[in-house]
Ligand binder design. Structure first.
Ligand code: PXP
Length: 249
């Protein structure tokens, strides 16, 4: 079983900065600290309204961070131009509405094939690994496959927000879809809303190779510091899915 990767999303360090304008706290400094704390990648969402991450942040993250950068982006020509300029390791296509507080649902890859196809193609041709942020729904995985996206990220928001039997139902859907996506030879990632209390059942799903986590880590950092917050998440992920590989293998 391969080691589960942790992508640390640093958007909400920028949210705190934007509350006052100016330069502090600096999300690039957070990304450097995340690397020291064991992150395998850095994730940042450049939103159309630039409410947190700025163009300059993307520029600096591309230049100053050694870890792979995963750029979350809406399928727009403006964002495609940013991606082609900076050529991040990966781009995750997400739906985006100005009025939403966060990315509230997955992208409708099934209903928007023709609109998404040129973006998936252009990013792939530039050597950027494309992922589509989708709900745990087989139709969306079939659509991602048809679009030629090598990766899907399963939306864990509804699982995290629910409780009891409803949470179990969402978890089963994610488990089932992860296995289905794996059978289609899609690489499976997951994220949104994950915290210490919700991460382990998701980390335990074998086909999932990467989790992208941000808001909780930055919130917890207020109390324990960013490094401790990330290290604890890493520990819980490893506990849920111990790697069978020995160092060096
Ligand atoms: N994955 C995707 C595709 C996202 O859009 C987000 C939020 O930007 C995350 C993961 C991280 O979610 P959270 O900040 O709730 O951990």
């Amino acid at each position: 079983m391969s080691r589960l990767r942790l992508g640390v999303n640093i958007d909400h360090v920028a949210t705190v900065r934007q509350a006052r304008g100016g330069r502090f706290p600096d999300p690039v400094r957070a990304a450097k600290l995340a690397a020291e704390a064991g992150a395998d990648g850095i994730t940042a969402h450049l939103r159309e309204d630039r409410r947190h991450i700025s163009d300059d942040d993307i520029e600096r993250l591309s230049r100053e961070i050694a870890l792979p950068l995963n750029l979350e982006m809406a399928a727009t020509h403006e964002m495609l131009a940013v991606a082609l300029k900076h050529r991040p390791h990966a781009a995750c296509i997400v739906p985006e509405k100005r009025e939403e507080r966060t990315t509230e649902g997955g992208i409708d890859a099934a209903g928007q094939h023709n609109r998404l196809a040129p973006f998936v193609r252009a990013l792939s041709e530039a050597g950027i690994r494309v992922s589509l942020f989708v709900e745990a729904d087989r139709r969306q995985l079939d659509a991602a496959k048809a679009l030629g996206a090598p990766v899907v990220e399963l939306h864990t928001g509804a699982y995290c927000e629910s409780t009891g039997a409803e949470r179990d139902r969402h978890l089963r859907a994610i488990q089932e879809c992860a296995a289905y996506g794996d059978s289609l030879a899609l690489e499976i990632h997951a994220g949104h809303g994950l915290g210490f209390e919700t991460v382990k059942p998701i980390a335990a799903i074998p086909p999932i190779l990467e989790l992208n986590i941000g808001h909780f880590l930055v919130g917890e950092a207020i109390f324990v510091g960013l490094e401790a917050s990330i290290r604890e998440m890493r520990r819980l992920m490893d506990e849920a899915r111990p790697s069978r590989l020995r160092p060096g293998e």
